[in-house]
Design a protein around this ligand. Structure first.
Ligand code: SF4
Length: 223
């Protein structure tokens, strides 16, 4: 007698248990690496795998590796350029005054860094004196961001600040020229808005930033 078809067997067992209703498990697909091996199953597993990275010179200088923080199933992924001094000390992105302002903005769009939002940086280690990331550092580190995006599968990516926007989009223009456009990064819609530190430096930017976040809230409600 031929072996029963496993798919048919599964449906017959499901039908016996649940009747004619079809249940589909809401799970993310496995990530297959270029060499055919199975990729990390979770952000925490991935963070553990790469946390000792020394691929570029920033590894030697860091105090803490700053992987990211938030909801692993977030629809909204916020990306800054790189950790600053406080982030390097605490091992978490967007802490300090700028982080507190970002938290207030997220509350205003009915979210928080643990609720439908994930926050990380392009680089996971702090550049000295908070200088802009070098192209060689981005080249070494960007694959980590790509894997984070695969694991999170956000609906929208928002680059915080001109340097993050420039790094992700390869566009060397002023921030105001990057705003109000929807781009794509790794196949996911991407917008650019002000870095919260810029809002602390110049409150004239706050109205435009609030417009951006209202757009973000509306996009997430519709998609
Ligand atoms: S910045 Fe990125 S590539 Fe460079 S050492 Fe840190 S984790 Fe590795």
């Amino acid at each position: 007698m031929p072996n029963p078809d496993p798919t048919q067997q599964y449906f017959e067992q499901t039908k016996a248990l649940y009747g004619n209703e079809l249940f589909v498990r809401d799970e993310k697909l496995d990530i297959i690496m270029e060499d055919g091996s199975l990729g990390p199953k979770s952000l925490s597993e991935y963070s553990f795998q790469i946390s000792e990275c020394m691929k570029c010179g920033l590894g030697e200088k860091r105090d803490k590796f700053v992987f990211g923080v938030g909801d692993p199933n977030a629809n909204l992924l916020l990306i800054g350029e790189a950790p600053g001094e406080q982030e390097d000390i605490h091992g978490e992105p967007f802490v300090g005054r700028a982080g507190k302002l970002l938290d207030k903005i997220l509350t205003a769009i009915d979210r928080s860094r643990g609720d439908d939002v994930y926050i990380c940086n392009v680089l996971k280690c702090r550049p000295p004196n908070n200088r802009d990331p070098l192209p060689s550092e981005v080249e070494q580190c960007e694959s980590y961001l790509h894997m984070q995006i695969k694991l999170i599968q956000p609906k929208l990516i928002v680059a915080l600040g001109r340097v993050a926007g420039k790094t992700l989009l390869g566009l060397d223009v002023q921030l105001k020229e990057m705003r109000n456009e929807t781009y794509e990064y790794t196949g996911i819609p991407l917008r650019v808005t002000y870095h919260p530190a810029a809002l602390l430096r110049n409150s004239n930017f706050k109205a435009a930033a609030w417009d951006d976040f209202k757009w973000i809230r509306s996009f997430l409600e519709k998609n």
